[in-house]
Design a protein. Structure first.
Length: 328
């Protein structure tokens, strides 16, 4: 049986702003097993990055607050740890690849020194020579010649910078890697190379991964399980097979699939989901998706739906599945 590495239970996160309280994550729950990749999918503003920052305990100090819930990592509730204890976990056991490699690297420090910093913090017993040797090994592992360890970030292309960021994240061989839109700024060819490399390294090191993306193609290729996030709620959750080949889906998931181009059909326009993602300062009553839902019924406007298990691990939060019936 697979062992749970990360379990998020009933997590609620709010941001305090001048305009009021933004309810960014609302009672979300999911888990990641050891060696598994979970894809967290949704539109911009759905709460994906906030989920990652909550796990890392890196929410903005004066505005972001975890209101309720648990984040259990390797048997420990991260929300009960002190900041000093969390610092020992970040980079050592949990690492994060941020969206923009351009802003993740210090422009005035050589990349070798930036990678070595992880060892200085988490492996203080290592000698300087061992650290330098390890830095060279990691650079080679991500496809960068060890001789470039004395180069500065501006001497690398976007794709190479992202490889450096991945090398930094994997330096201490963490148990969990959080990749927040790791290929957004890259062209398609480099995207494929970086994703392939991440998959290879994940398998080699036995690392679990939370892959945050809006690209369903990436999810279908690299993820074992999928959580579909919208308006701070997980509307659908299941294995990749459930999401991509199952017959039952949340209307929002169907909308995401419908907005993808189909190579077998000639069409003048894509089919986007009508409307806009809800304002977390003023979330709609009932189902959070009902203002945009083509299958909305009267109860959707006032009564929040419950999460219904349609088969195995496959769960859908929708009134249409309240009696277990299928809806094509």
């Amino acid at each position: 049986m697979s062992q749970e590495l990360l379990k998020i239970k009933n997590l609620e996160v709010v941001y305090k702003t001048d305009r009021g309280t933004a309810h960014v994550l609302n009672n979300i729950s999911f888990s990641i097993n050891k060696g598994e990749t979970l894809g967290l999918v949704g539109e911009t503003g759905a709460g994906k990055t906030t989920t990652a920052l909550s796990i890392m305990r890196l929410l903005p100090k004066k505005t972001g607050f975890i209101k309720d819930g648990e984040i259990i990592f390797d048997g420990k509730n991260l929300l009960n740890l002190t900041e000093a204890e969390m610092r020992l976990i970040r980079g050592e056991s949990i690492s994060m690849i941020f969206q923009d490699p351009m802003s993740s690297l210090n422009p005035i420090i050589k990349i070798g020194e930036q990678i070595r910093e992880s060892f200085e913090i988490h492996r203080p017993d290592m000698g300087k020579e061992d650290m330098n040797k390890k830095v060279e090994e990691i650079l080679e592992m991500v496809g960068i010649p060890a001789s470039r360890k004395n180069d500065y970030p501006h001497q690398f292309s976007g794709g190479m910078k992202q490889r450096v960021v991945i090398a930094m994240a994997l330096a201490c061989e963490p148990k969990l890697l959080i990749a927040d839109e790791p290929t957004t700024a890259l062209d398609v060819t480099i995207q494929a190379q970086v994703l392939y490399m991440m998959g290879e390294l994940k398998d080699k090191l036995g690392t679990s991964m939370l892959l945050i993306t809006h690209d369903l193609g990436i999810v279908s290729q690299y993820c074992d399980r999928v959580a579909v996030l919208y308006g701070g709620e997980i509307l659908e959750y299941g294995t990749a097979e459930d999401i991509f080949t199952g017959k039952d889906h949340h209307p929002y998931t169907m909308g995401l699939f419908g907005s993808l181009p189909d190579l077998n059909k000639r069409t003048r326009r894509l089919s986007p989901i009508n409307g806009m993602i809800p304002d977390p300062l003023n979330l709609p009553e009932g189902c959070v998706f009902h203002p945009r839902c083509p299958k909305c019924i009267e109860k959707c406007k006032t009564i929040p739906p419950q999460s219904i298990t349609v088969a195995g691990e496959h769960k859908i939060m929708c009134h249409l599945f309240g009696k277990g019936e299928s809806h094509e």
